[in-house]
Design a protein around this ligand. Sequence first.
Ligand SMILES: [Fe+2]
Length: 196
Amino acid sequence: MIKSILQDLSSTGKALALPNYFNLDMDWNHVIKILDDLSRSSQDKDFISNMKKEGFQGIGSLFHKDISYFQSLFHIKSSDPKIKYIIDTIYKDLDIDEHLIPNTAQSFVNVLGGEYTTSKHRDNWGVAYMQIIGSTDWSIYDQLDNKKLIQKTTINEGDLIVLNKGVIHQVHAKTPRFAISLSLNDGKGYSNEYID
Ligand SMILES: [Fe+2]
């Protein structure tokens, strides 16, 4: 069902927002515990070699300059059971081929609200982004005229937003946030293009 909606959307360059897709009811104490676990698991040699095999660039966690933005790669299998369950459900609902499901996912934290996170860009993979705490504003731009805003949507706790490969997007953290992003890769590796 979701897969066919995404196929219909692919010619429009728009994203699919699915409000109230899940309910995790997670607080910041739990998030900090998860991040602590992630940072330990990301030092594991097997995890690192797996991640490299899947074509992810960089290892472990990354703080961005001048904003309170922290990004971390983690091993889905060893993640928090509640999170793992939701991730498995998303891949199933999106009908992703078993062999294209990566072992690795990404988490995003902004400690402060009101920050832009990544500048306008397109990724060469599809994205399923789950908002666990806080809210983000997503701006989607036209594929051919990347200055033309074609969609603006707010993603709140429990919402999922799914982007086809190549959709031009910019994300703004409205509030402090914790989110997880899943790759919908077609096996062609990872690269992205920043537009401005
Ligand atoms: Fe992106």
